[in-house]
Ligand binder design. Structure first.
Ligand SMILES: [Zn+2]
Length: 221
């Protein structure tokens, strides 16, 4: 099967872009439009200051992904479905919890987003599980000089802090019932996945903010 750009060379005449690449497959698998429903508000345009220290330089428009909780999905099918909704949901869970190499398990895969660019953080093994964001740069595109440093956090820096976040998310229920034990880190991860709550990591303040209307926040060592 030709890749989308090979099937439509007029849209993308560059020959090296006409093969299937991982990001194309990933984008298709994550696109809820293939369930037959119309989806709006997946992306937004932010008007960021070009340089916060020099406002006279003005603004630039930056496209960012909205969290799935902000997507607007038509209640009735808008076109022929290519995958069932059940298959679509299964694929999202498979992608989130995948093992990228034998023995390398990323408990928080898919749950962390980068505050600087809004992207989902990549699982990255450095002797132990960790997560990083290269803000859209990849090994195929050499890094530019003076670009924003990667965001980086180790899993063992996050897990012990998660029970505190869950207590805040669940409306301090544990404080009201003094006999209730605080959630374990594993239970905390399970809760976040079940509720589809991702956490936004800000490398400058070393904080994790829940992607919820209240924006519950915890500090990371
Ligand atoms: Zn980023």
């Amino acid at each position: 099967m030709p890749s989308p750009s090979a099937a439509d060379p007029g849209r993308n005449p560059h020959p090296t872009n006409q093969r299937w690449i991982l990001t194309t497959v990933r984008t298709i698998l994550a696109n809820p439009r293939y369930t037959g429903h119309q989806v709006w508000n997946r992306q937004r345009t932010d008007h960021d200051l070009i340089d916060p220290a020099n406002t006279s330089l003005g603004h630039r428009d930056v496209m960012r992904w909205n969290a799935p909780t902000d997507w607007i999905i038509s209640t009735t099918p808008a076109h022929t479905a290519l995958v069932s909704e059940a298959d679509f949901v299964t694929v999202q869970h498979t992608r989130a919890a995948r093992q990228t190499a034998p023995g390398r398990t990323y408990t928080l895969a898919g749950l962390l987003r980068c505050a600087m660019c809004g992207r989902r953080m990549d699982s990255h093994w450095t002797h132990r599980p960790a997560y990083r964001c290269r803000h859209g740069h990849s090994s195929a595109t050499p890094p530019l000089p003076h670009r924003t440093p990667n965001a980086y956090i180790r899993e063992d820096q996050v897990l012990p802090r998660l029970p505190a976040l869950i207590i805040r998310l669940t409306d301090h229920a544990a404080e009201l019932n003094e006999t209730a034990a605080p959630p374990t880190p594993a239970a905390a991860v399970e809760y976040l996945r079940a509720e589809s709550i991702s956490m936004i990591f800000d490398p400058t303040t070393r904080t994790l903010t829940a992607d919820t209307p209240q924006g519950e926040r915890i500090a990371i060592d």
